[in-house]
Design a protein around this ligand. Structure first.
Ligand code: D61
Ligand code: MG
Length: 413
């Protein structure tokens, strides 16, 4: 029902949503016949809707490598995230995981729902991994080894300073960026990007997740998950979980705005990384998650709902982002538009208002300096008017068809 109401409120979401539905149907039809590859691609769709679609549009060779890279790291992360596993069992597995990928007999059951299925049938991922080219295998093993070691370090260490926070995000997401840049290079379509830019691509996505998932993480059972750095939250409250209590709302929103301002630091590096990409499929694969992230940060900024539930971009807007991101002009427009949504929310009494404003203006300047903005009006609200009238008409035609179909089936019964 919620989504119907959302479409009525945003009729121009309908067409992109239909296209998204068709694309995911199409993607499911392309699942390879071999049982291990069939398992890998159906699992990819189950554990990551957002990445599955953008991975699907990559060229075959690279698609298989990125699919396995994703599932290997998602399995490693399932061990890290399962707070019911004792530390003395978890740490050795995280450190040795890069070797287990080669061993089709290896098995460790943990996680819940689809993540548990991924762990229980991980031998399929090993079989597929062993079929990849040596260059791809080496890149995936190297990153898995470094991420496992980094995760193990932070099992027993709290995220205290902002440097700790950047270091943790480097291990669980920056290294994914470095690994993907290696895979893109190994596929022969892209130059090898500088590690600093690849790292920023990961940090921007991971920090957005950590900010958005505050409540889910702090309420995790049996043990809460804490990734916000003490160096930031201790300026507002005495304990991280205090941010979720009604009486601390003002302090909580100030702390949230401080976290969002910190994440905005990585945007210019991400724009540099994306503007250097040549292959359009790789470009869309990299750009779509980035636009989702700036959209989510604009939504979270100054928003108390982050401490009441998980704030997410509506599915229609996600479908629009996937439908409208084809070149760097779209990226500059999107970052400019979403910054424009965040900017008016900056309240001058917020302790970080000056810093936030200067970061937002730096982002808008980077987008303006691209010289492409004046040609096009906007990314998010593209001629709402033209869309809305057409959409309403189509909407009622579809409704009429469904209605007549239902009434005809009822009449024939
Ligand atoms: C270009 C395109 C995609 C990129 C990129 C550059 C740079 C980095 C990333 C994607 C990774 C972004 C991670 C953001 C989401 N955070 C998580 O998934 C956390 O787990 C991190 C450890 C496992 C990483 C798994 C992963 C994710 C995306 C990939 C990939 C591997 C491989 C290829 C392509 C994309 C988060 O997990 C949330 C959850 O459990 O659902 C956590 O536990 O903190
Ligand atoms: Mg994790």
């Amino acid at each position: 029902m919620g989504s119907l109401a959302a479409v009525l409120r945003h009729p121009d979401d309908l067409y992109p949503l239909l296209k998204l539905k068709m694309a995911s149907r199409q993607a499911e039809k392309q699942i390879p016949p071999e049982p291990h590859w069939a398992f890998c691609y159906s699992m990819l769709h189950k554990v990551s809707r957002s990445f599955a679609l953008v991975i699907q549009q990559l060229g075959t060779d690279l698609r298989n490598a990125v699919c396995i890279f994703y599932l290997v790291l998602r399995a490693l992360d399932t061990v890290e995230d399962d707070t019911s596993i004792p530390t003395d069992v978890k740490v050795p597995i995280l450190i040795a995981f890069h070797r287990h990928v080669y061993d089709r007999e290896w098995h460790f059951s943990c996680g819940t729902k689809e993540y548990k299925v991924l762990m229980d049938q991980f031998h399929h991922v090993s079989t597929a991994f062993l079929e990849l080219g040596k260059g791809y295998q080496d890149a995936i093993e190297d990153i898995t080894k470094r991420m496992g070691a980094g995760m193990a370090k932070f099992i027993c260490k709290e995220v205290e300073s902002i440097d700790d926070y950047d270091e943790y995000c480097y291990y669980v997401a920056g290294l994914v960026g470095l690994g993907l840049s290696k895979l893109f290079y190994a596929s022969g379509t892209e130059d090898l990007a500088p590690d600093s830019l690849s790292n920023s691509m990961g940090l921007f996505l991971q920090k957005t997740n950590i900010i958005r998932d505050y409540l889910e993480d702090i309420n995790e059972i049996p043990k809460c998950r804490m990734f916000w750095p003490r160096e930031i939250w201790s300026k507002y409250v005495n304990k991280l979980e205090d941010l979720k209590y009604e009486e601390n709302s003002d302090k909580a929103v100030q702390c949230l705005n401080d976290m969002v301002t910190n994440a905005l630091m990585h945007v210019e590096d991400c724009l540099k990384y994306m503007s250097a990409l040549r292959d359009n499929a790789i470009f869309r694969f990299c750009a779509i998650p980035q636009i989702m992230a700036i959209g989510t940060l604009a939504l979270c900024y100054n928003n108390i709902e982050v401490f009441r539930g998980v704030v997410k971009m509506r599915r229609g807007l996600t479908a629009k982002v996937i439908d409208r991101t084809n070149n760097m002009t779209d990226v500059y427009l999107a970052f400019y538009d979403f910054s424009n949504i965040l900017k008016p929310k900056i309240n001058k009494n917020d302790p970080n208002a000056t810093k936030t404003l200067s970061r937002v203006e730096a982002i808008q300047k980077a987008c303006m300096d691209s010289g492409v903005l004046n040609k096009r009006k906007s990314y998010i609200i593209q001629s709402e008017l033209r869309y809305s009238s057409t959409m309403i008409v189509i909407f009622f035609i579809i409704l009429a068809i469904i209605f007549s179909y239902l009434s005809s089936t009822r009449a024939s019964k």
